[in-house]
Ligand binder design. Structure first.
Ligand code: ZN
Length: 152
């Protein structure tokens, strides 16, 4: 009998690097969007912050939290992925990532480190860990868009 850890396998190194030294980790005090997410299955807590440029693109993004290595790696990869993208593009990316985690898309459809998270699909209980940063950011964007519609 062998036991397998979610970070074992061909993409292990990429994920370990991100979880050990996450990109864009920290806090900013002038964010335009902010949301906190919690995954009760694992205990992951994460806070996502986004600052927009004047043309409504992601100018900078930060996250902090107390989360497992998969969640941290996923958040780190997410923050790299969305720099300089519009909110609409980011939401499209979130739904594509959800499709990847749910097996509706192949890792070959993705460039870069994002595909390394596909290995998590072999551990269904950990999929929520990988998704948490993405769904949390998505909520922040939804709320921001909603507010704008109401003219607040
Ligand atoms: Zn977790």
């Amino acid at each position: 009998m062998s036991t397998t850890h979610p970070l074992d396998g061909m993409y292990q190194e990429i994920l370990l690097e991100h979880s050990r030294d996450p990109h864009n980790f920290g806090e900013m005090n002038d964010s335009d969007l902010k949301a906190e997410g919690y995954n009760p299955l694992c205990g992951d807590k994460i806070c996502m912050q986004l600052k927009l440029s004047t043309d409504e693109k992601a100018q900078s993004v930060r996250f902090k939290g107390e989360a497992c290595s998969i969640c941290m790696a996923s958040a780190s990869i997410l923050t790299d992925e969305i720099q300089n993208h519009t909110l609409g593009e980011i939401q499209t990316r979130v739904s594509e990532f959800r499709d990847l985690m749910q097996g509706k898309k192949s890792p070959d459809d993705f460039d870069g480190d994002i595909s390394s998270l596909a290995g998590v699909r072999n551990f269904p209980v950990r999929i929520k860990c990988a998704l948490l940063p993405w769904t949390t950011l998505n909520e922040a964007i939804d709320r921001h868009t909603e507010k704008r519609k109401e003219g607040v």
